[in-house]
Design a binder for this molecule. Structure first.
Ligand code: SAM
Length: 195
């Protein structure tokens, strides 16, 4: 079932997490005993299903603004029998509010908004919780932004670079940068003393 969902997503050009990034994510969840997870960017539910399948105690909220994607995700999750553990919210991330607290927030949407999302959901992170950001090297482009000819893409890559620099100087977190994993993964660990 999950292989079909993956194959279908890849055929239709739906941007799902790469194998290497997913292996890292699942290993991270296991190592750090993450049970309550918020995902920003559902697409067709592939990564949410993989996370839920990795441990029966995992509960996931995931947010998607595109109605077509949302409907596909809801159907896929139902087909996998995971509707009791994965709740898909049809909403723009910017409009989503919750009082729930999470062990892990996985951010996999609108790269230009990473800094904004970090601030928005900081208070939903448990003490010592983690935020994990994908696409932090953006296909290697963060190394040489000046070589990018498209202005939009150059601006996006510059925003990712700025975000990387900003978190490195933010003493609310310990950071771990994994540039060589998948498309680059950044992990923020909220320090316990933060209120
Ligand atoms: C990279 S895909 C998510 C892939 C998914 N996590 C996976 O690996 O299976 C990003 C998704 O985020 C959604 N998205 C982008 N910006 C959003 C926003 N502001 N609010 C809600 N969803 C958004 C897009 O519609 C897209 O489906």
């Amino acid at each position: 079932m999950i292989e079909e969902i993956k194959k279908d997503a890849l055929e239709k050009g739906v941007p799902i997490i790469k194998d290497e990034g997913l292996a890292f994510l699942l290993n991270f969840i296991d190592q750090h005993h993450c049970k309550d997870i918020l995902e920003l960017g559902t697409a067709v539910g592939y990564s949410a299903i993989m996370m839920a399948n990795s441990d029966p105690d995992i509960m996931i909220d995931t947010i998607e603004k595109n109605e077509d994607m949302y409907n596909q995700a809801v159907n896929n999750i139902k087909d996998c029998g995971l509707e009791d553990r994965i709740e898909v919210h049809l909403s723009a991330i910017e409009d989503f509010k919750t009082a729930k607290m999470y062990d892990l927030i996985f951010i996999d949407a609108a790269k230009a908004q990473y800094g904004r999302y970090m601030e928005m959901f900081l208070n939903n992170l448990k003490d010592n919780g983690y935020m994990l950001f994908d696409n932090m090297v953006f296909h290697g482009l963060v190394e040489e932004p000046e070589k990018i000819t498209s202005r939009n893409l150059r601006n996006l890559v510059k925003k990712i670079i700025k975000f990387r620099e900003m978190v490195q100087n933010d003493n609310r977190f310990d950071i771990m940068m994994f540039d060589n994993v998948g498309d680059g993964i950044l992990v923020l660990n909220r320090r316990k003393s933060e209120t």
